[in-house]
Structure formats: structure tokens, C-alpha cells
Ligand binder design. Structure first.
Ligand code: G4P
Length: 311
């Protein structure tokens, strides 16, 4: 499935991040704890590679705590990187963020050397919610100061701690097929960009392998081991009365039910990728992508000068 989504403002975001970065001490990347690998932005990693990074696994209330622990350990093992879990139920997340940033950049602090932090994340990861909690009644500054573009806002978390916000951004090309599915399932990608039935089937395939008990309990199904993904979707449609005429299941409706139950957390706490699993998907995706690029390049070389490009 090709989910390609790169609205114009994302180009602007990239420029804004590039410009801001030279005066930044720590980059906070907000990730969706249900899909940390897929909700990361490879473009951001390229832009900010040399800066200390804090990975915030947000919406941890929806994610499988055991898998969140694996991801936290995975990030904590990386150089110049720390990771924390967070969710909107935490009333005072500022303390955790401030402490983690000080660990990453211990030389910053005090009025002479305030900590300057950039916060980024793909859409729907919960950034506005977090920033609203952080700012509380304080009004965030938006573009009313020299050097702050309309795309950014500066939040003063403490006298010596500034947080720069950038609007959401996604990467230009999703090279891991599973990431496309997981982003769609999580609600990060607009509804028009994917086929709900296809995404629901893919989601069920994963749930059947890792969380069959939760699916059976929520939809009151007999054991689903050994069933095909479409059979599981049909069984769910029947249970929920998503029917067309003559006893046929409305698969589209059933798919919507599955997605809703997953997104709302009604199915239980679920994570759609583990660090080792994601590393394998990424390696395979990169291989396919490199082959695709090589073929494209070969075609370009073959093409006569000024000839039409064949895609
Ligand atoms: P964004 O700025 O990164 O795009 O995300 P935003 O804060 O708008 O949050 C996207 C959705 O995720 C919102 O739900 C929000 O309530 C929900 N959300 C944010 N943080 C958390 C969290 O820690 N846990 C859970 N479970 N949900 C979280 P929505 O349905 O799109 O809107 P609404 O129903 O809240 O109005």
C-alpha cells in the first residue's frame, strides 16, 4: 500500500527546523508509544543527528507497557539519547521533560545559558495536548518576536528553559510498508489516503499474532487462532451487526469498527511494533527502496538526452 503524504507546510517545517537547530541544545521527538518506529521521522534524524535527543513515547496509556519498556531500553542504549513514557493523564509533565533534558545537556542551565529545546512530532501524536498541559494558563508566544516564524511558538517552561514548537510533519516517503498500515491504524494519516478494509485486515493479522486474547474478549469471539484475517473481520462484523442483505457482512463497516476499537483503546493496551521487529522491516524497506532507486537511475541513464522520462 502506498501511503504518501507530504503537505506543503511540511517543506516549510523542514526549513524552520533547519534554521532553528543551530541554537538548540536538545531535540525532543514525540513518538506514538503504540508505533514508536513508524511514528519517528527519518528526516528529522537526518537534520538533527548530532544533537542530543529525548524520545518521548506519548500516549503510553494506550500502549502495551511491556513493549514500551523494550522501546525505552532500546533508545536509552543509543548515544546522546534518552527516552521517557508519557500520556495526557500526567498533570505535570514539565518536570520529567526538564530533568531528562538536563541529563542530556548538563552544561546548560541558569539565565546565562538557558536550555533551548526543540519539540517535534508527526501529526496526531499528541503534541498540542502536551503543549496545552505544559503552558497551562500561560499564553504561548506565537510569531511575535524577531526570528520566530509564524510556524513556531516559544514556550517558557522555566526562567532558564525554552521550548520551541514546530508544527507536525511527516516524512516524504514511507519506505516501510508496515509503517503505512500502522500510521493509518493509529489515526495519523488522513482517512482519504488509505483503504480502511486493507488497513483493518493488516491490523487484525498483527493482533491475531500478538493480542488474540484481547480481540476475542472485546468482540466475544471463539478462539481466532487459525482463522484467516478476512474470517476474523467477518466474525467481528457479524457480532456487531455490520450486515448487508442475505447474511453478507459489510466489511467496510466491520473495518471501521475494528479501527475505532483499536484507536480508542477499547481493545486494550496494544503496541504494533517491537524494536527488533521494526529493525527488520526497516532493513527490508531500505533494500527495496535502494533497488527501486537503482532501477530509476538506470532508466535515467538509458534515456536519450532530453528524452521523456518513463516512470
Ligand atoms: P497533535 O497536536 O500531535 O496533532 O495531536 P493532538 O494533541 O491534537 O492529539 C491527537 C489526539 O490524541 C486527540 O484526540 C487527543 O485527545 C489524543 N491524545 C493526546 N494525548 C493523548 C494521550 O496521552 N493518551 C490518549 N489516549 N490520547 C491522547 P482526538 O480524538 O483527535 O481529539 P479529542 O477527542 O481529544 O478532541
Amino acid at each position: 500500500m502506498a501511503i504518501q503524504w507530504f503537505p506543503g507546510h511540511m517543506h516549510l517545517t523542514q526549513k524552520a527546523v533547519e534554521k532553528r537547530l543551530k541554537d538548540i541544545d536538545v531535540v525532543i521527538e514525540l513518538l506514538d508509544a503504540r508505533l514508536p518506529g513508524s511514528s519517528a521521522n527519518p528526516m528529522l534524524a537526518e537534520l538533527t543527528g548530532h544533537k542530543p535527543g529525548l524520545k518521548v513515547l506519548n500516549k503510553q496509556d494506550l500502549a502495551d507497557p511491556a513493549v514500551t519498556a523494550l522501546w525505552l531500553a532500546h533508545y536509552d542504549a543509543q548515544a546522546q539519547t534518552r527516552a521517557i513514557g508519557l500520556d495526557a493523564s500526567q498533570a505535570t509533565p514539565a518536570r520529567q521533560l526538564i530533568d531528562a533534558c538536563h541529563q542530556l545537556a548538563p552544561s546548560r542551565g541558569g539565565m546565562a545559558k538557558p536550555m533551548r529545546v526543540l519539540i517535534c512530532g508527526i501529526p496526531n501524536v499528541g503534541k498540542s495536548t502536551l503543549i496545552n498541559t505544559l503552558t497551562g494558563s500561560r499564553k504561548a508566544k506565537t510569531g511575535d518576536e524577531a526570528g520566530i516564524t509564524k510556524l513556531e511558538q516559544r514556550i517558557v517552561l522555566a526562567d532558564d528553559f525554552y521550548l520551541w514548537d514546530t508544527p507536525g510533519m511527516l516524512w516524504p516517503r514511507i519506505i516501510v510498508a508496515q509503517s503505512g498500515y500502522n500510521l493509518a491504524a493509529s489515526g495519523a494519516v488522513g482517512r482519504n489516503a488509505f483503504d480502511e478494509e486493507e488497513v483493518a485486515l493488516e491490523l487484525l493479522r498483527y493482533l491475531q499474532r500478538h493480542y488474540a486474547g484481547l480481540v476475542e474478549a472485546r468482540f466475544k469471539l471463539a478462539p481466532i487462532a487459525g482463522l484467516g484475517d478476512e474470517e476474523v473481520l467477518e466474525a467481528i462484523g457479524r457480532k456487531r451487526g455490520a450486515l448487508l442483505g442475505k447474511g453478507k457482512v459489510n466489511l467496510q463497516k466491520a473495518a471501521e469498527v475494528v479501527m475505532h476499537e483499536f484507536r480508542s483503546g477499547n481493545l486494550g493496551r496494544i503496541t504494533l511494533e517491537r524494536p527488533d521487529e521494526f529493525a527488520q522491516w526497516l532493513a527490508a524497506g531500505q533494500l527495496v527502496d535502494a533497488e527501486r532507486e537503482a532501477k530509476k537511475e538506470a532508466r535515467r541513464r538509458k534515456r536519450p538526452a532530453n528524452g521523456p522520462e518513463t516512470l
